[in-house]
Design a protein around this ligand. Structure first.
Ligand code: FES
Length: 167
């Protein structure tokens, strides 16, 4: 298609891009903005490696077109901590060995933050409509993180990291 101009605020910085309307948000971030922390695993919404926050809500960047987010705020893994000053969730993943090869980790961390935010805001999941009792149970966290696959199967440590940040 004919390239169109859009503006994204990525990790607090204004980015003016001109891109084909068929370009996914994932490809725009990686190839146009140059932030490659957001990973492409499946490119079909199956693995969660591409999870970012748009307007404070997590989503799979491979499943949405960049042009649909003109004017919106995007946060990627690069918008969290730095190696010298890790975000608490990043620190929890290190502390709990929440990764092995690390490929899924940016998506896991963005999704984990989305999970905690949803829990805090009382957004129901499939596990429970009543958050009072099982608010931060392992099952609840597991359910909410189920869209993020880890081929190294570091799942117990990932759950421990998410739980550890909360506690
Ligand atoms: Fe988007 Fe797998 S790359 S869900």
């Amino acid at each position: 298609g004919t390239p169109v101009p859009i503006t994204l605020t990525v990790n607090g910085q204004t980015r003016r891009l001109t891109l084909d309307p068929r370009v996914t948000l994932l490809d725009a971030l990686r190839e146009k903005v140059g932030l490659t922390g957001t990973k492409k695993g499946c490119d079909h919404g199956q693995c969660g490696a591409c999870t970012v926050h748009v307007g404070g809500v997590r989503l799979n960047a491979c499943l949405t077109l960049a042009v649909m987010h003109d004017g919106e705020e995007v946060t990627t893994i690069e918008g969290l901590g730095t190696p010298d000053d890790l975000h608490p969730m990043q620190a929890a993943f290190v502390e709990c060995d929440g990764f092995q090869c690390g490929y899924c980790t940016p998506g896991q961390i963005m999704s984990a933050l989305g999970t905690l935010d949803e829990l805090e805001r009382g957004i129901p999941s499939h596990v429970t409509a009543d958050l009072e009792d099982v608010q931060y149970s392992d099952d609840e966290v597991r359910e909410r993180m189920s869209g993020n696959l880890c081929r190294c199967a570091a799942y117990p440590n990932i759950i421990a990291a998410v739980r550890g940040v909360h506690e």
